[in-house]
Design a protein around this ligand. Sequence first.
Ligand code: HEC
Ligand code: HEC
Length: 320
Amino acid sequence: MRAVWPVLLAACAPETAPSATAPTSITDNAGYLAACEEALGPWPVMSCEDAVEVPITVTDADGTRVVRSLADLEGGIRCDRASIGGCAPGTRIGATVNERGATFAFGCRNYDDDLAFDQINVIATLPGDGATCFFDTHAGEQRFLGTTVLPRPGSAEDTDRFGDPFWRPFEELQGSPCLQCHDNDAILRNPWVEQTGVLPTGDPDGPYWLVAHEELMEGDALWQPPRMLTDPDAAPCLACHRLGERRSCTLALEAVGRVPRGLTTRWYQTTWPEDHWMPTFDLGEVYASEDDWDADYGAAADAIERCCVDDPPPGCFADP
Ligand code: HEC
Ligand code: HEC
């Protein structure tokens, strides 16, 4: 199934629709949130305290140990599962489902060794319909304490403990690269984030469209719809979900154990089975050896390696 973009949905509006349903111009977070709530239902209560800490482990000759501090990862030590931003001990991931069934997935991210979170981000998405909104904060040391409740964007409560705006203003979201990475569907998985078990299964092959997409595209070409991988040799990897031409492609390189793997090569494990994580996140339980896996997915992995490059050959991707 192809992603459905708002342009297509606009074509479905009856000609006699009252002007109240005509798109209003969205210029700030209050306007963006209003459009998001119309598409997805109400902003729920979310707190970093209720989110689940991502466990960070290191496995070596002495066995597997849990790591809680960046100091324990010095000297090139690899964690068993890395996020987009490194091993990131202390980061928490949460997900709340509102009354309309929309998932609000959020990350309270930790980049250093103190206990305060340094950045918070939210993806709100409605399974089946595909409407999606993104919210993000600036990164800054000590900005968010453990009990932080995520305020309604654009409301009177939208301030951090220093009195600065909590959420990044809409005009900065217009220049943000969320769709450069969250390209094939709203929520991105990897073995690091899966460990928390909080992200609902979702609807990876269903529609995916962005609320206020036209307004977001006014800001930057970063919000152009991505092309999707269609190379026939990659078909075994496209049976359950799409892969996009951007970050989901380089994540796919991680998933099939090919290097270099975008941003995470430095952290990822490099031995079977930890260096492979598709078609399931627990491959070691499904395949006895890498050769067995290769028999099923080796040719698809070759196609991904050929296509997921900066300047892909013709035939890899189809326009949205
Ligand atoms: C460079 C690639 C990249 C960019 C840019 C990016 N993300 Fe992500 N994001 C990821 C990856 C990969 C994950 C999976 C977990 C991880 O590695 O942190 C993720 C996870 C998340 C999560 C946790 C839920 C999930 O999808 O796993 C949220 C919320 C999120 N991102 C929000 C945002 C927002 C909002 C923006 C834009 C302001 C953004 N991201 C931009 C790569 C990116
Ligand atoms: C049997 C079904 C199935 C097959 C086959 C499969 N995957 Fe997945 N894959 C999943 C599920 C389920 C997820 C997490 C779902 C989600 O994102 O909502 C996922 C997530 C991913 C992600 C993270 C991006 C994202 O949307 O979360 C990548 C990258 C990926 N798969 C690559 C591959 C590659 C490469 C192959 C072929 C080796 C493959 N998949 C085959 C089920 C499958």
